[in-house]
Design a protein around this ligand. Sequence first.
Ligand code: PLP
Length: 248
Amino acid sequence: MDAENGYVPIYSKLTAEQKEKAKLMFLNYPSNPTTATIQINTLLEAVTFAKENNMLVVNDMAYDLVTFADYESPSILQVPHAKDRAIEFGSLSKSFNMTGWRIGYVVGNKDVIQALAALKSNIDTSQFLPIQKAAADALKSDFSHVKQHAAIFERRMEKLYQALHELGIRVDKPRGTIFLWAKVPNSYTSIAFTDKLLEEAGIVVTPGNAFGPSGEGYIRISLSVSEDRLDEVIRRLHLLDLKGEQAT
Ligand SMILES: *Cc1c(COP(=O)(O)O)cnc(C)c1O
C-alpha cells in the first residue's frame, strides 16, 4: 500500500510465493497512523483475495466510531459470507475514552474465535470484572457520548488542519481517527522535522518512519490534547521558519 492509492492493499504487488506462504492478512481502517479510510469495496476485495489464497482476514477497527461528518466506517461483516474468512476486532480505548483499561472485543468466524479464546484463556486470566461490566454498559448505551467525543476530535482536527494548510504543510483531511498524517516540508526527513519541532517549539509528534520505511517523509500528529493547547501549538508553529531553512 502507498499514499498514491490511498493506503489500500495492492495485491498485484505480491509474488506467488508470498501469497502461498501468507496465512493471515491484517487490515486497519480508519488507519493509525495514515488516517486512511475506505469504502466497503476494499473489504470485499480483501475477503475475495483471502478466499482465493486460503487465508484469514483480521480487521482492526479501533477507530470505527471515531469518524467525522457523515462518514461511517464499514464493517468487514457487511461483506456477504465474510464470516467464512474474517474476524474483526473492536476496542473501547478510543471510542469510549477507555485507553489503558485493556478492553475490546472480537466478532466473526466462530472457529477462529474459539481458537483465540482457548489461547487467551491459557495466557491470562481475563480482564478485571468491573471493567468488563463497564464495557458492557458502554456498548449497551445509546452512544451519544461516543458521538460527542468524535465531535471534539473533529473540532481539534479542523483547527489544526486549517493551521497546517496555512503554514504550507501538506496534509489530507481525515474522515476518522485521532491523528493527522502530515508531509514534512521539503528537505526534511521525518526525524529532522520531529527534532526541530521538539527542540525549537517544544512540540512532540511521532516521526512517520517509526511505523516503517514507507512512513518516511511524514509525521503523525495526535489530537489527544485540548483546543487551547492546540492554539498554543499553532502559535509556536507560526514562529518557526518552516520554509527557508534546509535540514542538515
Ligand atoms: C489504539 C489502537 C488499538 C487498540 O488498542 P488497545 O490495546 O485496545 O488499547 C488497536 N489498533 C490500533 C491501530 C490502535 O491505534
